[in-house]
Write a protein that binds this ligand. Structure first.
Ligand code: NAP
Ligand code: SF4
Length: 673
């Protein structure tokens, strides 16, 4: 029997049976719009179908020109576009999968001059004010949805998902926040729900009874002027009555100031809102967001919170998620750590999404090189992210790999990062690599720091140096004072900070340290109740949008962050997650001083001047987070001995190092052997 009996129960919809309850949720990937040979898109979905997902939902396609997210965004409104879809649906079906097309009209989130909405009210995240839709616009848009659904059916899709949440057009009609109409499409709840239900009804009428239609309902808007609990129930019932087969759970508008999918969101934090939908209707409900392991998914189904689970980013991280879970190999799953770094943040910077822990995602055809016929003996020195990725990928390709690590455990800097609240998800990455090392027979030598001579004479065909970084010690007078500690000491727990702390350096690590020093302990912060209290989430959704009163930040340490650059701090943080950290630190009254010139550090604290004005930042502890330098002494010694070694990760370049670059570089180097 499967260790996850609920997850692997087929779902019989009468006209269609899904093999299991694992749904690959819709994601923007830019695969459809950039550098897009159709084989690349087909391959991306095929890998997930082969990997056992019961249903795949594509990224959103607009039903018309006004609904585009941005110029050139995906649209499906003409038979001529069929050639962009047929190869995908055929390939997914050949792989035994099921696939539905998501229809998404961006409404006032559209970054195009033609954007429309129920009212001419601009969104706080898009300065483009939408044009108020006329009655004729509305009726045409309903027909456009239906026409796209018909095209989807002709293109071979098993169904469609109508995107009714996340603050897009349909959601905008439902909420007083964005709908001030006084005609039949605004005012009463029936009127506000009319657009979504009419679209649902029309799509059903045009596509027939034997075509899967999923409707995504916003289960909690998380914005002022959003829906109440009763209105959400009314919407779910209305779309069920209009012919939906399945309801998918949407969570929060994109403009919400509450994180919905970031690492700060505990696993399954939104299951309560899925349950509310499930209790409202008889049709199956999909639970979504921050569900990233089979255990979490199974628990949601076993509790009866939902009938299926949507996992989008976890399918980037590991296309074989479902097969591994079904076969009892969950410990081999490469789990999504919710960092957003290589998926959403790349999308926002107009690049194609991939995955930090799986650089092959979305780039499958770049990794098609057959395994080499002449396996090599490879030494990898350093078992941080770069070395781990290189070692296991090389071993997967048939090479005999020896992996040296100076510490008593693998992980390098990940062992520090994992101590920051939310970042304990890195434990999953460490578990994954540990298991891969075992399965692939990588010879792991812990507590070993091989010398260049040993490596040069051991008969390796290739030596990879992934020795990482060493913290930079700035040349500030008094930096050797007893109150100065490195971020390594603080995050590793070797040293405890006092009640008043100055942080030197406000890069990613400076922010992490400020968060670490002001947060509740990791196990408390990981509890959904704590998260909901901190962000003021009202599970009863008694008021509009489900926003309640935020719990006052517990008086804790007094922290001051310092940086030499002028201007706002945290500009280099991830686009999709940096605002969460900035907001949290503001709530906790962490002070931030930019444009600092350091004078000295002494018993009084850190002496600084800002625009010529001198002051002392008092501190019991000064945590130095001033970046890193490459640790490349081994590499230099190898080169001096004439060994053509490879250097990767922080040892190659410490600036702007992150796990995404390290894992990508290690993986790609392994393919070159
Ligand atoms: P970083 O981002 O380069 O930041 C270093 C900080 O130290 C800067 O604020 C810099 O600001 C300051 N600094 C540099 N040299 C200094 C000196 N000589 N004296 C005093 N201050 C100095 O490095 P990091 O914070 O160590 O992070 C390392 C990498 O990990 C980064 O690339 C980052 O992307 C990644 N990371 C990312 C996240 C994330 O949020 N996703 C979290 C952790 C780490 P000034 O020069 O203006 O003073
Ligand atoms: Fe998950 Fe991070 Fe990969 Fe995105 S980049 S899929 S959040 S692990």
């Amino acid at each position: 029997m499967s260790p996850y009996p609920h997850l692997f129960q087929p779902l019989d919809l009468g006209f269609l049976t899904l093999a299991n309850r694992v749904v690959m949720g819709s994601m923007h990937t830019r695969l459809e719009t950039m550098d897009r040979p159709i084989e690349r898109i087909a391959r991306f979905y095929v890998e997930r179908a082969r990997g056992g997902a019961g249903l795949i939902i594509t990224g959103g396609f607009s039903p018309n020109d006004e609904g585009l997210m941005e110029p050139g965004a995906p649209i499906f409104n003409s038979a001529e576009q069929m050639a962009e879809h047929r190869p995908v649906t055929d390939a997914v079906h050949a792989a035994g999968g099921r696939i539905a097309l998501q229809i998404l009209h961006a409404g006032r989130y559209a970054r195009i001059p033609e954007a429309v909405g129920p009212s001419a009210i601009a969104s706080p995240i898009n300065s483009n004010a939408p044009r108020r839709m006329s009655e004729a616009d509305i009726l045409r848009t309903i027909e456009d949805y239906a026409a796209t659904a018909v095209l989807a059916r002709e293109a071979g899709y098993d169904g469609v998902e109508i995107m009714g949440s996340e603050g897009y057009l349909i959601n905008e009609f439902t909420a007083p926040r964005t709908n001030d109409r006084t005609d039949a499409w605004g005012g009463s709840v029936e009127n506000r729900l009319r657009l979504g239900t009419e679209i649902m009804r029309r799509v059903r009428a045009r596509t027939g009874r034997d075509f899967l239609i999923i409707f995504r309902v916003s289960s909690i808007d998380l914005v002022e002027g959003g829906l109440t609990a009763e209105e959400i129930v009314a919407e779910a019932r209305a779309v069920e009555a209009a012919g939906a087969d399945i309801i998918n759970q949407g969570i929060g508008w994109h403009e919400a100031r509450v994180p919905t999918i970031a690492q700060k969101v505990p696993r399954a934090a939104w299951a309560f809102a899925a349950r509310r939908l499930k209790e409202a209707v008889r049709i199956p409900v999909i639970a979504s967001n921050r569900i990233n392991t089979p255990e979490v998914a199974e628990a949601i189904l076993a509790r009866g919170d939902a009938d299926l689970v949507s996992m989008a980013r976890p399918m980037l991280a590991d296309p074989e998620f479902a097969n591994k879970a079904r076969e009892g190999r969950a410990d081999e799953i490469n789990v999504c750590i919710a960092c957003n770094q290589a998926c959403l943040d790349l999308i926002f910077s107009k690049r194609v999404a991939t995955c930090l822990v799986n650089p092959k995602a979305g780039r499958e055809i770049e990794f098609d090189a057959p395994a080499p016929v002449d396996p090599k003996r490879i030494a990898v020195v350093g078992a941080g992210p770069a070395g781990l990725a290189c070692a296991v990928t090389a071993a997967e390709r048939g090479h005999a790999v020896t992996l040296y690590e100076a510490q008593g455990r693998i992980g390098g800097q990940l062992n520090l990062a994992r101590n920051v609240p939310g970042k304990e998800e890195f434990d999953e990455t460490l578990r994954y690599y540990g298991r891969r090392i075992e399965r692939l027979g990588v010879a792991l030598q812990l507590g070993r720091r091989p010398e260049a001579d040993e490596l040069a004479t051991a008969g390796f065909d290739a030596v990879v140096v992934a020795t990482g970084v060493i913290p930079r010690v700035p040349t500030i007078p008094g930096i050797g004072h007893a109150k100065c500690v490195s971020y390594v000491d603080i995050l590793s727990g070797a040293r405890q900070a006092g009640p008043v702390v100055a942080v030197i350096g406000a890069g990613g690590i400076g922010f992490d340290v400020a968060e670490f020093l002001t947060s509740a302990p990791q196990e408390v912060a990981a509890a959904p109740e704590h998260f909901r209290a901190e962000w003021g989430i009202d599970t009863a959704i008694a008021g509009r949008g489900g926003l309640g009163r935020e719990a006052a930040a517990a008086p804790g340490r007094q922290v001051v962050m310092l940086q030499r650059k002028p201007g706002r701090m945290g500009r280099g943080l991830g686009v999709s997650t940096g605002w969460v950290l900035r907001l949290l630190l503001a709530k906790r009254k962490v002070a931030q001083v930019s444009g600092v010139t350091y004078g000295r550090i002494d018993d009084a604290g850190v002496h600084i001047s800002v625009e010529g004005v001198e002051r002392v930042v008092s501190a019991d502890t000064v945590v130095v987070c001033a970046g890193q330098e490459p640790e490349r002494s081994l590499y230099d010694a190898l080169v001096a001995r004439g060994v053509a070694a490879h250097v990767i990760g922080g040892a190659e370049r410490a600036a702007e190092l992150d796990a995404m670059r390290a894992i990508d570089q290690g993986t790609r180097l392994a393919y070159s052997f």
